[in-house]
Ligand binder design. Structure first.
Ligand SMILES: *Cc1c(COP(=O)(O)O)cnc(C)c1O
Length: 254
């Protein structure tokens, strides 16, 4: 049993349902860009496909989904095999990664958004050399101060980022965060603003660190107002998830 997420779309079943949900999310993104005085198209939609089985994903892909955001490496790896016949799909791993699973990410992922320690960077570098691949990465920052969240403290981000040029298989793109889970919009917005301020500071030492991955189904308009360049949207496209989020975010109490 889960509470219906207030921003969850109805459970999409057909290609037309997915097309309608995607159009509605894209319209909300465009409206938020315009409201913030930002360029149309400056925000990338990363559809979050965790728990959605491959057969249902085929309908969403036919409706225009081209990036798959997955929280768990093994679930993502399995889908990349099941959907291998579809050209041009891209995979972004957005959840915590245990170092011993770096090899899977190095094999199939195009992007990893939850980098938060150097052992991970080292393991990815080594595995990417073996696969002769590169990987786009985002550094995850814990902007809410909640202990249950992964990511490094904002104060540590600059020193961490300064070490990343040593890992030449990692294309460092920006920062990622999960805001506090709260109905208090100001508190949520402060998390997004903090990530932007950390990005502004870190970009002065490494101009590659430009992007901000922040905002989900329930809060992406606020994130866009604070400068998000990537929003990660699951339930707004696919409908409410059957599994509680505590399954994906250990320590997150429902
Ligand atoms: C599940 C998840 C999302 C998407 O959440 P929705 O409420 O489905 O939009 C975004 N980011 C991360 C890291 C996630 O695990």
């Amino acid at each position: 049993m889960t509470d219906q997420h207030p921003s969850a779309a109805l459970h999409a079943q057909t290609q037309a349902d997915f097309a309608a949900n995607l159009a509605s999310v894209r319209a909300r993104i465009a409206a938020a860009e315009a409201a913030a005085g930002r360029e149309p198209g400056s925000v990338r939609l990363l559809p979050v496909t965790k728990t959605v089985p491959s057969e249902r994903l085929r309908l969403a892909i036919a409706a225009g989904v081209d990036w798959l955001g997955e929280n768990k490496v093994q679930e993502a790896a399995q889908k990349s095999e099941e959907l291998a016949d579809i050209p041009g799909l891209k995979y972004s791993v957005i959840g915590h990664l245990q170092t011993n699973k770096a090899k899977y990410v190095a094999r199939f992922a195009d992007e990893f958004q939850a980098l938060d320690n150097l052992r991970q960077a080292e393991a990815l570098q080594r595995r990417l050399e073996i696969e002769d691949r590169t990987l786009d990465v985002f550094v995850q920052v814990n902007t809410s101060g909640e202990e249950s969240k992964f990511g490094m403290p904002p104060e540590a981000a600059a020193q961490f980022a300064a070490q990343l040029p040593a890992y030449d298989r990692l294309n460092v793109k920006g920062l990622m965060t999960l805001a506090i889970f709260s109905s208090d919009h100001d508190a949520v917005r402060r998390c997004f603003r903090k990530l932007r301020m950390v990005r502004d500071a870190v970009r002065e030492q490494d101009e590659r660190i430009a992007e901000l991955s922040m905002g989900m189904s329930g809060d992406f308009e606020l994130a866009i107002a604070e400068g998000a360049t990537v929003v990660r949207v699951g339930q707004g496209i696919f409908g409410a998830r059957a599994l509680p989020d505590s399954h994906y975010w250990p320590g997150f109490a429902q």
